[in-house]
Design a binder for this molecule. Structure first.
Ligand SMILES: *Cc1c(COP(=O)(O)O)cnc(C)c1O
Length: 398
């Protein structure tokens, strides 16, 4: 049984829990999926290519390959990049495990570069310090939706002949120097999990401008099998003939999911606008507060935020983060923590990663709390969050 959380003053700010993130599904979405259900294809049908085409256009990429989830997208991107045993892949520790696991799936070694303490994004200087003769790729993660310092990262990649795969699971709708994230580096991955900017239930996509990579992504999505005669070894066979050219997977997404994706994509501008509005309101309230800090948004990032993390200045409180977190939960605010440094995970410790690898990331983690942020949040919901944060932080401040 969960322990009962103590409510400061006896009365919580809200009566019902406010989740930290949630999808926005409307009648049009339901109609789109129903239409697909009434059609001829539930999978491998026309909705998939339509979704890919429209998505690629929105993010300014030539090609897109939609798959069953964001993790699968990262996996096929690593495979297409030729990442394998003996290779090293540099990523951030302040991310979901998938950003590093995808390297492990390929037999490669994730290497964690530290973050910039102001923006919370992977530090180009730390990337450079971690490059060895084995480094094959960089996976920058646009944490919370704020763009990484892409020009610097691309310059490092060029100098050392590395592939860049952006983990943009948080960053649909964000632009770097006025270019949407998605068409900037070799490959970019997005996720359509319900808390992300648009949803397909589960789902993910890889975008690229490179035709050779695109063809590989298609192969790895579908068992390594092709029916494209230009790629086959034997071309004198019948119409039934296909070839398996590499060891791929079944990472297909369904037409049902893509029908939802197409419908969700139509509302991207509305979702972006609302997320930006909510973030501005939070920023206005929190930016001058000395009990906490918030990530700095660099000028080059026109950001659609996925998460709203705050960093508690722990030396200003009489209690630790856990007490503050629990008190916010008791106020029925669905707080969360993004992220525990990936290499702290017992699995990563077991395969040899040491703690203290990335001091900035570890210091950040100790004070992080994610506040609710999703486009369907009402102004009233946001006021509840702000009221609860003020109540709890003022109560526990020194
Ligand atoms: C959501 C997410 C992914 C992919 O997750 P899926 O649940 O597999 O779609 C990858 N990286 C980050 C940083 C994420 O937040």
């Amino acid at each position: 049984m969960k322990e009962k959380l103590a409510i400061l003053g006896g009365i919580p700010v809200r009566s019902a829990l406010l989740q930290y993130g949630k999808q926005w599904i409307d009648e049009d979405d339901i109609k789109a999926v129903t239409e697909c259900l009434n059609g001829d294809y539930l999978t491998t049908g026309p909705y998939i290519q339509n979704f890919e085409k429209q998505f690629a256009e929105v993010v300014g990429a030539k090609y897109a390959v939609a798959v069953s989830n964001g993790t699968a997208a990262l996996h096929i991107a690593c495979l297409a990049a030729g990442i394998g045993a003996g290779d090293e892949v540099i990523t951030s520790p302040i991310t979901f495990a998938a950003s590093a696991n995808c390297a492990l799936y390929c037999g490669a070694k994730p290497v964690f570069a530290d973050i910039d303490a102001e923006t919370y994004q992977i530090s180009p200087e730390s990337i450079e310090q971690n490059i060895t003769s084995k480094t094959k790729a960089i996976i920058p993660v646009h944490f919370a939706g704020i763009s990484c310092d892409m020009d610097k990262i691309l310059a490092i990649a060029k100098q050392h002949n590395l592939i860049v795969i952006e983990d943009a699971a948080h960053a649909l709708g964000t632009a770097y120097k006025e270019k949407p994230i998605g068409g900037i580096s070799d490959m970019t991955e997005f996720s359509f999990h319900p808390v992300k900017t648009i949803t397909t239930g589960e789902g993910g996509i890889v975008t690229t401008n490179n035709e050779a990579l695109y063809k590989k992504l298609l192969l790895y999505r579908t068992h390594g099998i092709t029916r494209d005669a230009t790629q086959m070894k034997h071309t004198d066979q019948g119409n039934w003939y296909y070839e398996m050219l590499s060891l791929g997977y079944n990472y297909r997404i369904t037409d049902l999911q893509c029908a939802l994706g197409i419908s969700q994509l139509k509302k991207l501008e509305i979702f972006k606008k609302r997320r930006k509005e909510l973030v501005k309101k939070y920023d206005d309230v929190f930016k001058e507060w000395n009990l906490l800090s918030i990530p700095q948004n660099p000028d080059y990032s026109d950001t659609t935020r996925h998460l709203y993390p705050i960093f508690l200045e722990l030396d200003r409180f009489s209690v630790g983060r856990k007490v503050i977190f629990d008190a916010l939960k008791a106020e029925r605010i669905g707080v969360n923590v993004h992220y525990i440094p990936v290499y702290w995970m017992p699995y990563y410790q077991r395969i040899g990663y040491q703690k203290r690898l990335c001091p900035n990331a570890e210091r950040l983690y100790e004070g992080l709390i994610t506040l609710p942020l999703f486009p369907r949040m009402k102004d009233r919901d946001q006021e509840d969050v702000i009221t609860a944060v003020k109540k709890v932080l003022n109560y526990y401040k020194k």
